[in-house]
Design a protein around this ligand. Sequence first.
Ligand code: GLA
Length: 397
Amino acid sequence: MGKRRCVVAALAAIMLMMELAALTVAENRRSMLSNGLGMTPPMGWNSWNHFGCNIDEKMIRETADALVSTGLSKLGYEYVNIDDCWAEISRDDKGNLVPKKSTFPSGIKALADYVHKKGLKLGIYSDAGYFTCSRRMPGSLGYEEQDAKTFASWGIDYLKYDNCNNDGSKPTQRYPVMTRALMKAGRPIFFSLCEWGDMHPAEWGAPLGNSWRTTNDISDNWESMISRADQNEIYAEYARPGGWNDPDMLEVGNGGMTKDEYIVHFSLWAISKAPLLLGCDIRNMTRETMDIITNKEVIAVNQDPYGFQAKKVRMEGDQEIWSAPLSGYKIAVVLLNRGPVRYSTTARWDDIGLDPKTVVQARDLWEHKTLKTTFVGNLTATLRPHSCKLYVLKPIA
Ligand code: GLA
């Protein structure tokens, strides 16, 4: 081999080694949280939206009972998540978190056992700061390993990790500490980063957590809900099996929106591959609420194995088209009227990634009907104010 060839070969070998090293780093970063959870968006319930700090073990047990008796658990709603305010304000003399004696006298382990016996999973809440957002209990900053071990020993399956009352350091410094602690704790725990989207967690959340909040807290009204869907959509490219954008929990059933608005809420969360965490009192739900949250076909869009988050593919004034590819060559499409008057809206094939000549069968997921005619090039629907249609399109020719 000539001298020049030798140099070229040596250089190629060095470059290959550098590439391998870079791959290993990428692999490590990706696998910092390798818990295998969240292959589809998590489904369940969380106490915060409806109950705030008004929580106790009886209510949590009754909620678990209701998840089973209503049939919700069979549809995939499996997490029973306790939010803020479950612990005493002070740790014990060994530095452990202590469940609040007045409201959780039997302790969290007993609750986890109860919930597990029903085939459900238990979630809990802490904070990457000195106190949680309510300031009524300690956060885990400086106690990450100890708290992760405690959670694992109790049988916790899901941790929501908030961002209040911290030391001023960046979330990218504080969140990985809990990721590592959870990985060491010896139990797969879904890790939900609740950083509110401040530092664009979609850009760094995937190696650290199974979901990351992209927005501030939702409230039970149209403006709040729809603006959270908008902010979350920006990061669509980052969602994938194992790591999801989180526009906050559901308000369906809490009374602040109309039926059409709650259908928009549930449709957008489903097509955006958002966590479907119910936020109402599921022990007392109306028929209307049940009809919305038990729509199997809409849930199937959310739980589709491909895990592509929908994007807005057209906006014209108050009319919008959101779409996402599904497995089996299907496409989910939301036709949305955000305005205050009835309007006719069209989804065009070239916007949603179909050849304009494709013949399509359309399934209306809220009417539970496959439309009688097929469609070529586009599909139009007339929409009431603040309402939407959710179709699954299936190319047939
Ligand atoms: C923050 C979170 C909410 C909730 C409250 C609890 O505001 O974003 O989802 O957990 O804290 O205090």
